[in-house]
Design a protein around this ligand. Sequence first.
Ligand code: AMP
Length: 487
Amino acid sequence: AAGSLATRIDDAKPVLMVSSDAGMRNGKPVPYKHLVDEACKLAEFPPAKVLIVDRGLDKGFPKVEGRDVDYAELRARHLDAKVPVVWLESSEPSYILYTSGTTGKPKGVQRDTGGYTVALTASMKHIFTGGAGETMFSTSDIGWVVGHSYIIYGPLLAGMATIMYEGTPLRPDAGIWWQIVEKYKVTVMFSAPTAVRVLKKQDPAFLKKYDLSSLKHLFLAGEPLDETSHQWIMEELGIPVIDNYWQTETGWPMLAICRGVEDSPIKLGSPAFPVYGYDLRIFREDGTECGANEKGIVGIVPPLPPGCLSTVWGQDDRFVSTYFSLFTEPVVYSSSDWGIKDDKGYYTILGRMDDVINVAGHRLGTREIEEAVQTHPAIAEVAVVGVADELKGQMPMAFAVVKNAADVDTPEKRAALEKEVMKKVDESLGAIARPARVHFIGGLPKTRSGKMLRRSIQALAEGRDAGDLTTIDDPSTLEQIKAALKS
Ligand code: AMP
């Protein structure tokens, strides 16, 4: 959305922006160019030039004289140009990728060039078992880290062909991905648990319709993989399905079975073992190491291996305070995830420690959503929490307090305001961040010192007990939440 884009433009201060006129989603064009224009208006540091790839999807998209450059025209003009190689240090940034954290302001994960190349090349061989002449199909989007690493750079570094597919797994029917596997003899496929859960609800005949004998492995990442879905997809495909755990920050897997090196047994619902290069351990909150089967914080003892972020773009202090300040003795990179290691060495990820939620593999900061909700003039205060969802893992849910009670004194008014609030979130962050529900209540549960009791709100929204409430200021707020959920 334009608001998100403007925040990123002001943080990155790009000299050039590249966009297409529109993209395709579920068979329909989604215009982009007007969002780019709006973002450039909102931003304090808009780029001097915007390069437009006109895919002919949005006829008559707006053009800005003197700033917009047409890609086809530019290409035709420079087709024969000889461009000399410019040698750079391996530590020069290759890209910045924005990801959500605990504040409303996204972090620009800065990646180097040489280390990233080494890490991806090695991972293609040792984890993903892809080699020259083969084909990789990652069903991600190039805007996310999986898209950067395993649609673009990883497979190309390995000499593989890569498939970039713009579409959902259900259109024109639930066989489309398998049709692609058959047609291009895909050997390595990478997807996300939500996609498997979506496909599990479809007719299994779609999986049997195509010749999938080229496929060696399916890799799944981005969110917890439940045991049932893991088992189902493995049985349907008849090949090993490898769960792997990583983050935008690391750029490549931290936990996986390195199939190019070992074929250790798969444990359902577990991304298995630390990948070489990562000294990954589970820590107690006091910095000591957990024993087997004891829940703790997933941390990496530095140095981080090649490929991991070199800093937060323009904010070295934030890099240190966000990732390396949890304990000082020893200094540890904190993933902000809870995890556990069993007595055979298999790890399981148990969810985030912070206010970051994971919706269908998309990482969202609840603070960002709260800020978007609060741009609606009728809203005084809001808490957004992640609520367990069978299909998408988690869904955002908002509990809002209005400035004027008369705005929500009838069911019709509540429904209308809920819609308006959702629209505000769509506009500033995009539909992926839209709360599943916006409940209006009279006050939010807080401690006597004013700290929001998010865990209690989340527990109630998931039908659990609200937990330790010794510090709560006004217990009636919990009753209001329960009543809102019931309604
Ligand atoms: P992102 O930076 O958007 O890739 O999100 C990273 C977060 O997704 C991690 O910190 C985890 O919370 C979650 N995540 C990624 N892969 C897995 C996995 N295989 N199992 C459980 N959680 C995962």
